[in-house]
Write a protein that binds this ligand. Sequence first.
Ligand SMILES: *[C@@H]1O[C@H](CO)[C@@H](O)[C@H](O)[C@H]1NC(C)=O
Ligand SMILES: *[C@@H]1O[C@H](CO)[C@@H](O)[C@H](O)[C@H]1NC(C)=O
Ligand SMILES: *[C@@H]1O[C@H](CO)[C@@H](O)[C@H](O)[C@H]1NC(C)=O
Ligand SMILES: *[C@@H]1O[C@H](CO)[C@@H](O)[C@H](O)[C@H]1NC(C)=O
Ligand SMILES: *[C@@H]1O[C@H](CO)[C@@H](O)[C@H](O)[C@H]1NC(C)=O
Ligand SMILES: CC(=O)N[C@H]1CO[C@H](CO)[C@@H](O)[C@@H]1O
Length: 390
Amino acid sequence: MLLTSLHSLLFMSTAVSVEAAPDFKSEAESALNSLQKWYNKTSGIYDTTGWWNSANCITVLGNLAAVDPSTTSIATSAFANSLIAAPNYNLQTNKVVQGNYLTRSYFGPSIVATAATLNPAGFLNGYYDDEGWWSLAWIQAYDVTNDTQYLTTAANIFEDMKNGSTTPCSDGTSGIWWDKAETYVNAIANELYLSVAAHLANRMINKQYYLNIALGQWAWFQESGMINSQSQINDGLHSCSNNGGTVWSYNQGVILGALVELDKASPNITYLTTAKTIATAAIANLSDPNSVLHDSCEPNCGGDGSQFKGIFMRNLQKLQSAAPDPAFLKSIGANAASIWAYDRDSRNELSVVWSGPFVAPANASTQSSGLDALVAAVAFQGLLGDTIAS
Ligand SMILES: *[C@@H]1O[C@H](CO)[C@@H](O)[C@H](O)[C@H]1NC(C)=O
Ligand SMILES: *[C@@H]1O[C@H](CO)[C@@H](O)[C@H](O)[C@H]1NC(C)=O
Ligand SMILES: *[C@@H]1O[C@H](CO)[C@@H](O)[C@H](O)[C@H]1NC(C)=O
Ligand SMILES: *[C@@H]1O[C@H](CO)[C@@H](O)[C@H](O)[C@H]1NC(C)=O
Ligand SMILES: *[C@@H]1O[C@H](CO)[C@@H](O)[C@H](O)[C@H]1NC(C)=O
Ligand SMILES: CC(=O)N[C@H]1CO[C@H](CO)[C@@H](O)[C@@H]1O
């Protein structure tokens, strides 16, 4: 229904209507061009957004290149540049947990020696989640290029994440802190730890090493209480029990890609059925009547929250590839179409509220997040054509 009405809206001016889906590929390419206006070659990260968001911007470049090879050279030149340049601009941030919110203030730039050569340590900071985002970005770069220096960088970052497994809720190897100051055990750091381990198990020669960590981490995560009785993942733990924190879209997302990779590394149907249950609950709980996703922070999501929905879409795309479901397809198509129709300005910049109206100014965080949804739609362009036209 929704898709039909979006379709009528998009094609209202066409007198003789030929049923066709939006051309998500050309839309994604336009949104990519707008995103890259914020890419800073000197810093290797994106102006107008933060360190961990920049890892997600790099990730979406790779994810788009994977479904639209005509954009590959934009991605590969950014990968090569950021691998060297970004560590020099690795701002050491200080994030403070306030209630359910994470706020951050910048203390940078830190004293990081100018590195003329590959410096994996330069992607480490005080937060295990930030490290996980960069590790996933470099795994995506490896997938697009086959260049092992990216995979090595990702694996080196992962070794540092392992140091986080000293929380009172940990079992010695599973369950990590959010931060090196050891103030909080949350969902995002632990989902990323699982996801990176599972991705590495599928790509590194010493598969079993990573697989054992991933299996242990998934067993721990399920026992941790972070997944509530409605199959939704709250923000984190307090005294090793679910803290009832906000159900953010990204926490319903990272787990999906993690379980798809875990299933690939060590097939067990329970991984995909659990992922489908979590995705279904997230779509039911976080979508408006037009199937458009929202986080509760909108429109004032700050530097972090404006990234979240795209992360859900990126991982829903992976789940849809591994375990297709018409409801997932519908969510991908509805969000991509709504962003383009209602949440875009004349420069093809995309903002934080996907149902619109456009909230100025957009920035590299809102842009890359919206682009994640368009990329997911590119991946299923053929199927979405049918869905939208029906
Ligand atoms: C790019 O980053 C460098 C280093 O942080 C900064 O000095 C410069 O102003 C940035 N460029 C723009 C256009 O913001
Ligand atoms: C990467 O390797 C895979 C598997 O060998 C191959 O199919 C693909 O074409 C390669 N991609 C590049 C960019 O070399
Ligand atoms: C964390 O892990 C790295 C990589 O294994 C190691 O070199 C480093 O000493 C560890 N740091 C701490 C504080 O344990
Ligand atoms: C699959 O996972 C379930 C749930 O963790 C477990 O009980 C079962 O033993 C696993 N099956 C196999 C074949 O490993
Ligand atoms: C990016 O845009 C969002 C949504 O408008 C805003 O909340 C956030 O503060 C912006 N980020 C930065 C770093 O200004
Ligand atoms: C508030 C709300 O919409 N809760 C729903 C979340 O999703 C689960 C699983 O689909 C439903 O059972 C809840 O009713």
